[in-house]
Ligand binder design. Structure first.
Ligand SMILES: *Cc1c(COP(=O)(O)O)cnc(C)c1O
Length: 372
């Protein structure tokens, strides 16, 4: 029926990445020693306006390291949005702490500040703020609230490389920031992650935890618990190449999003992403929702688009509803469920062309025309 296939996401690997990777392979520096690790950590931290960067194997392990390094443990509660992916939640459980799920705003998909306040208890050790789909959370109220109560703020910026909150980089605002470099993220290393912070103590502890807690003397180990979360030099080389053109990547994502918005805004049953005045939304994914009175529901749209070669993804399924975390499901999150029931994202990869955007938008129009 259709010869066009538009993938939901595709990484863009440039010449700089190829050149740096070839250097690793040819020089033999393929493991976790090698100059690109330190260079990538330094340049990425600088990009986030942070003093320290600690590379790791994934976003999930970055969050685990951050939680451990700030001392989250058994008996503690960590506030986290229900509307996120499981990589934000498992590390909390791995620390022996309790995830406390809060609901989200329908507009930005981000966690609600009033819900953070409502769910805080004397046991709240940390708030894990998640910047969803590239839109930063309103950080000032969270930071102020946390400071008054000695609560640590950790940012999960896995979807928000380069996003700005009042001019400041997402991930560089809280006490610790965590990034993922999975294949579909704005900066990728294939698999990988990074912890950034201005707190040298936290960085030093994270460094120790990620590498079997080596003491000063070789083969002495100084912590009762530690991990091997070491990134390889090859991954760091890819990351460096990616990082050096992040501003053009972000500019293209914003441009692609505005093209979608231009072409879809006349469909009254489609709710398009909103951006707050204080934010630079980097549109990791261009997420849309169907309205309550839409003649077509989300699953029908996803199905119909699939038939004409347009790959999409459903929004996350709320974490409080997961079989894995059901024992922590002690408060309803109606907005998270609504987002999950009505939301999905359109193709948003870095190779997406204007022609593909126009094709996708045209197909969305056709479906609504047919069903309404
Ligand atoms: C991708 C992602 C993670 C996990 O990152 P991995 O590198 O896949 O472990 C965590 N949180 C959010 C919000 C993510 O999008």
């Amino acid at each position: 029926m259709s010869d066009m296939y538009v993938p939901v996401n595709e990484p863009l690997i440039g010449d700089e990445e190829k050149r740096l990777v070839a250097d690793c392979v040819e020089s033999g520096w393929i493991s976790s020693a090698g100059k690109y690790i330190e260079q990538f950590e330094r340049e990425f931290a600088e990009y986030c306006e942070c003093r320290e960067g600690v590379s790791t194997t994934s976003g999930t392990t970055a969050i685990h390291l951050a939680l451990k390094a700030v001392g989250v443990g058994p008996g503690d509660e960590v506030i986290v949005p229900a509307f996120t992916m499981a990589g934000s939640v498992y590390p909390i459980v791995q620390c022996g702490a309790r995830p406390v799920f809060v609901d989200s705003e329908l507009d930005t998909c981000n966690m609600r500040f009033d819900e953070i306040v409502r769910r805080t208890t004397p046991r709240t050790k940390a708030i894990l703020v998640v910047h969803l789909y590239g839109h930063p959370v309103d950080m000032d109220p969270v930071m102020e609230f946390a400071a008054d109560r000695n609560i640590v703020v950790i940012e999960d910026a896995a979807e928000a490389h380069g996003a700005l909150y009042k001019g400041r980089k997402a991930g560089g605002i809280g006490h610790v920031g965590c990034f993922s470099f999975y294949g579909n993220k704005i900066v990728t290393t294939g698999e990988g992650g990074m912890v950034v912070t201005n707190d040298e103590r936290i960085a030093a502890l994270a460094r120790q935890l990620k590498d079997l807690a080596h003491g000063e003397k070789r083969f002495t180990h100084v912590l009762p618990e530690a991990f091997n979360y070491r990134m390889t030099n090859i991954q760091a080389a890819i990351g460096l190449g990616q990082l050096r053109r992040i501003e053009s990547t972000v500019a293209r994502k914003i441009e692609a999003a505005s093209r979608y918005t231009e072409r879809l805004s006349d469909i009254r049953w489609l709710i398009l992403p909103k951006t707050e005045s204080w934010a630079r939304n980097v549109y990791w994914m261009y997420g849309v929702r169907t309205s309550d009175d839409s003649p077509v529901d989300k699953d029908q749209l996803i199905g119909e688009l699939g038939k004409v070669g347009v790959a999409t993804r459903s929004f996350f399924y709320p974490q409080n509803r997961q079989p894995a975390f059901n024992c922590y499901n002690d408060s309803d999150c109606p907005n998270a469920e609504k987002l999950s029931d009505t939301g999905f994202y359109l193709p948003s990869g870095q190779t997406l062309t204007d022609r593909q955007i126009d094709y996708v938008a045209g197909k969305v129009h056709e479906i609504f025309d047919r069903w309404s």
